[in-house]
Design a protein around this ligand. Structure first.
Ligand SMILES: [Fe+2]
Ligand SMILES: [Fe+2]
Length: 192
């Protein structure tokens, strides 16, 4: 008589496994540590580390807002209206990212760090003023590329341990990639 292949047994037992924890256990657990709000016992990431990393991303966004604002006003002064508008649009989007990240930090029962002390060193990207229009665009492109690299790392780190923070950072990453592409196109237009 033939043996039933082992592989099939494994498949059957996989489907027999309950999808979630016992419902009563879930209900009981939800009533414990209510002060933690959205952070339940099922939260798998290291909360302190995630908050620290998100605060670095917050600092990165704030530095980007400041740099784009500086570039917006300087470009407006040299009558480069189209470029200035692009800088302003990016500044506003970076501000939106900062707000989203700060909100997520509070959901994790952390405190968003808006302190100007140490802001530049918490940030991954740099604040570079730039002397000419092309310089400004180039510096913004460098900063976007830094953000793209560091946010990609954050996303890989979060993995399945904190899917909400991961999705947030994925959404922001997609916008940073658009920003980098906008800047690359601007540079190409200006160097013709
Ligand atoms: Fe951003
Ligand atoms: Fe950006």
């Amino acid at each position: 008589m033939k043996h039933r292949p082992k592989k099939k047994e494994a498949t059957v037992s996989r489907f027999q496994r309950p999808f979630l924890s016992d419902v009563q256990e879930l209900r009981d657990r939800a009533r414990q540590h209510m002060d933690r709000g959205a952070v339940t016992q099922g939260y798998r990431a290291d909360r302190e580390t995630v908050i620290r990393i998100l605060n670095q991303a917050l600092a990165t966004e704030i530095v980007c807002v400041l740099r784009y604002k500086r570039h917006y006003f300087m470009a407006a002064g040299i009558h480069a209206q189209a470029v200035a508008q692009e800088f302003l649009e990016h500044a506003n989007e970076e501000q939106g990212h900062a707000d989203q990240i700060a909100e997520r930090i509070t959901q994790l029962s952390g405190e968003p760090d808006f302190s100007p002390d140490g802001l530049a060193s918490r940030s991954h990207s740099e604040y570079v003023e730039g002397t000419s229009l092309v310089d400004m665009i180039r510096e913004d492109l460098v900063a976007e590329r830094v953000a793209i690299e560091s946010y990609s790392e954050i996303i890989r780190f979060l993995g399945n341990d904190d899917p909400t923070s991961r999705r947030l950072m994925e959404g922001i990453l997609a916008v940073e990639e658009q920003h980098a592409d906008d800047l690359k196109r601007l540079l190409e237009t200006l160097s013709v």
